[in-house]
Design a protein around this ligand. Structure first.
Ligand SMILES: Cc1cc2nc3c(=O)[nH]c(=O)nc-3n(C[C@H](O)[C@H](O)[C@H](O)COP(=O)(O)O)c2cc1C
Length: 170
């Protein structure tokens, strides 16, 4: 089985997850590439594509839709993965990609985890905190602390377990 793991990652969080998937599948025929390096016509050569992105303004990066749009033929099976700063994942983040895939391909599994918001400068984050009422601010500060360094070792372990479980089922 040929597997492609490809991703858009602005600050490296989603890339860490992608690399963990690759580590977990070291005994398989796996290619790992940032999405900018993927030739759309090559997608069809893979039995399974792990497609991932950070979440930006509630959506995955447009490079994902562009890749799927540009592919003359689509592979049968996709796995979506994402990282986000919020506590909960964004089911709608992949909406446009899902729409494009339609009934041509199956989305066989999805993985998401938290990723530290290092793409927004600390001063900007602090000025956002300043605008909150005291109770909300306390909560947001606590969340920021909790998010530091994510994805962490525990997240990467979960990512590896996820990748193995997906591939073992095929
Ligand atoms: C411009 C920008 C917008 C973001 N928007 C969201 C958002 O809507 N929801 C969210 O949970 N996280 C948001 N984040 C946080 C990122 O999703 C999170 O840090 C993610 O792990 C980044 O992945 P990356 O390092 O692979 O780029 C945003 C970050 C940036 C820089």
């Amino acid at each position: 089985m040929k597997v492609l793991i490809t991703y858009f990652s602005n600050t490296g969080n989603t890339e860490k997850i992608a690399k963990s998937f690759k580590d977990a599948l070291s005994d398989k025929d796996v290619e790992l590439k940032p999405i900018s390096e993927v030739e759309p016509s090559s997608l069809i050569n893979f039995d399974l594509v792990f497609l991932g992105s950070g979440i930006y303004a509630s959506r995955v990066n447009k490079a994902l839709v562009e890749l799927v749009n540009a592919a003359p033929e689509l592979p049968q099976n996709f796995v979506f993965f994402s990282t986000h700063a919020s506590l909960v994942g964004y089911q709608d983040g992949f909406k446009l990609v899902k729409r494009k895939l339609g009934h041509t391909s199956n989305i066989i599994a999805e993985f998401d985890c938290c990723g530290d918001n290092i793409g927004i400068p600390e001063e900007t984050r602090n000025s956002m905190l300043d605008k909150l009422p005291p109770e909300k601010r306390k909560e947001a500060e606590k969340h920021q602390q909790w998010l530091k360094g994510r994805p962490n070792e525990e997240d990467l372990k979960k990512a590896k377990e996820f990748a193995r479980s997906v591939v073992e089922k095929r």
